[in-house]
Design a binder for this molecule. Structure first.
Ligand code: ZN
Length: 301
């Protein structure tokens, strides 16, 4: 192990916290615990995982991905509806105080995008959007070879772009992409249509088995995805879109209708101009992104 590039990556989810020691482009060791839902227990859990990975040796820099957004000014967490106790908490500084090493905190989809940029589907592609289709829909933007967060840290909220339906979204608005095309929303939509599919995986299996209702639903979902991709293409002229999260394995069922709408709406571009790719790193994308950010922080400390 080359200790000069050793870093710890921590991926915080609503139900589990996963942590890994990363070096040489590999995840060397993994640990995991349930996510506590009060602040002190949460900080203890993160610090405990980091110490467990370090195994009594000096702690390397730590990167943490959360389903929320740290404000660029002071690192206080904004918009973490699944972890409401983190709202307004300067998580990075709080962990640095406990661990005594540099800690970088970022949005989980941003870190997954950065991981894919360094080691996955985004390699050699300086401009792309990663859309993670999971319980919700997240987004991370890589522009000119750098992660783009925006002045308030909230850039890349792909899941809340408005598309052509009127379902109510958890954010309070109607018509967000996430309210129809997240894995959870697709499962709910399937139930409404009387399809026997408990989750996205079962819905995809039905479609692959030739069920007309399931195929039609996923065709409409793909068209809605295409509407949102077209907005990104029109605004930023992005041509590369990487789909990650639990939705990545069903991209083959969404691709054709998505590309049709994308080409129809993003005028001046041909179908061959676009790449709609499956993410390559799965859940490890966030680890690699977190480790890379942690090492940047360590270099500056
Ligand atoms: Zn929304």
């Amino acid at each position: 192990m080359d200790p000069s590039d050793l870093a710890l990556g921590i991926d915080v989810g609503g139900t589990a916290i996963k942590a890994g020691a990363i070096s040489g482009g590999r995840v060397l060791q993994r640990v995991e615990t349930a996510t506590p839902h009060d602040l002190e227990a949460f900080l203890d859990a993160l610090a405990g995982l980091a110490r467990e990975l370090a195994g009594g040796t000096a702690l390397p820099p730590v990167g943490v991905g959360i389903p929320g957004f740290p404000a660029p000014a002071d690192g206080s967490i904004l918009g973490a509806p699944n972890l409401p106790f983190l709202q307004g908490v300067p998580l990075g500084p709080a962990l640095e105080e406990r661990l005594g090493v540099p800690v970088r905190v970022d949005n989980d989809a941003n870190l997954a995008a950065w991981g894919e940029a360094l080691r996955g589907a985004g390699r050699g592609r300086p401009d792309f959007l990663l859309a993670t289709i999971g319980t919700g829909i997240g987004g991370g933007l890589v522009l000119d070879g750098r992660l783009y967060r925006g002045p308030g840290g909230l850039a890349g909220e792909f899941g809340h772009l408005p598309v052509g339906h009127d379902r109510l979204c958890g954010c309070g608005a109607r018509g967000c992409l996430e309210a129809a095309v997240s894995a959870r929303s697709l499962a709910a939509w399937a139930r409404e249509e009387g399809l026997e599919a408990a989750d996205l995986r079962e819905l995809a299996a039905l479609a692959r088995a030739g069920n007309g209702g399931a195929r039609d639903l996923l065709r409409r979902a793909g068209a809605l995805l295409g509407e949102a991709l077209a907005q990104v293409a029109l605004l930023l002229d992005l041509r590369v879109f990487v789909i990650g999260g639990g939705g990545a394995p069903v991209l083959d069922l969404l691709r054709e209708p998505a590309l049709q709408v994308l080409v129809l709406r993003a005028f001046g571009r041909e179908r061959e101009d676009f790449e709609l790719l499956q993410a390559e790193l799965g859940n490890d994308a966030g680890f690699f992104g977190a480790a890379a950010l942690a090492l940047e922080a360590g270099a500056r400390a």
